[in-house]
Design a binder for this molecule. Sequence first.
Ligand SMILES: [Zn+2]
Length: 452
Amino acid sequence: MGCALGLAWTSAQALEPVPDRLVVLTFDDAVASHYSVVRPILKRYGFGATFFITEGFSFPTNKQDYMTWEQIKELHQDGFEIGNHTRDHLGVTLRTLGQLRAQVSAINAPCAQYGIARPVSFAYPGNGITPEAMPILKELGIRFARRGGAPEHPYEWGRGCAFEPGADHPLLIPSAGDARPDWTLDDFKQAADQARAGRIAVLQFHGVPDREHPWVHTRPERFEEFMRYLHTNATEMHTTLSAHPFRIELSPGQYTFTIERGKEFFAETREIMVERGMAKLTFRLRRWINMRQLGWYCGDTHNHRDPAELPNVMLAEDVNVQLDEPFSYHAWMRGLATGRSFVTTGPMLMAKAGDRWPGATFQVTNELQDYWLDCTVRSEQPLESIELIVNGAVGRRFEPKNRKTDSGAFENEVSTRFKPEGTSWLAWRCFEQRPGDQFRFAHTGLPISIDT
Ligand SMILES: [Zn+2]
């Protein structure tokens, strides 16, 4: 089984293909055993998690069964995520919607007081959902909201379905399972093993043990067994690095290393038996294209995003700009503004109309004139299709020939004549098939316009 993380952490991850066995651990209701039992177990396995805090039930007075804010602060300092579960464990319904703002703010306030980052994750108390809550949560800075397994599954059994980034709304993230006192390892596996094919299993726990909510209690020995299952056989770690040496401490054993660097290099995967005292591993990545040499310079398209997410986002998608002058910030911005660009998650798409790049406008003087369109794509894996978009719809589809280049990549060249019928705008896009039903794509920046 793979790695276990907190809810917010998966956001950046979701932009990249989701690896199998990615599990999110969540713990509701600020139960005392989260600090005394769960925390040491998670730390031992190196697992991340989200703790959803409420001051409901007997939290204010019963410190035998509920954590103190000092302990919650320690969880935050350990690197665990602190999420919001409303002050009074408010069931979110149309009738209670008016209280939601105050209820969420009343947890944000002690967080601020104890130096805990303002929660961006929320869990619907009692797993009750109402879509009308979503704009309010959004306005309160909540970016991820976890629900239970209902309506797909009845509440009683704690069954659920895995989270599918892109398909599930981030403010209605389903639980793949909500642990019950009678859960065996098989029940846990049924929930956790849904983490495959691009889906993330978000697992919901309450106290370990939970004396105050016996219907969602988990025995510590059981919990230990579940975590051992997640940990056994594999440790999966993801990291984004700058160009500096990278240190990681590993126990002896068999490991698979996958190293990727941006888009212009082949990824390398190597199986290595790590032995005691092995100090250093070196990976040299092979390039399949050098866009700079071709006059293209890439940058990040996501300036509107949370800076914390940028390192992963930049690896997932970038914008390439063609420069017919030496590189400078202003030249790059000028190229971007004119649209001499393409956006890509992998393939390098270089399109021209006559001798002009995307973003060009042609003024038609002769109604009978037609235009030569050229498109060259290089990609690490074979392309599945190349499409010419005419006025927003697929005008022509080309069967890729996928000629192998000297560097081991694939090249496709398409030339076609286009005769405009009235004012037209044209764009190119292409799709690259990747293992595991994933694909990568590229799309030209501004269209080529032909004005009649
Ligand atoms: Zn709860």
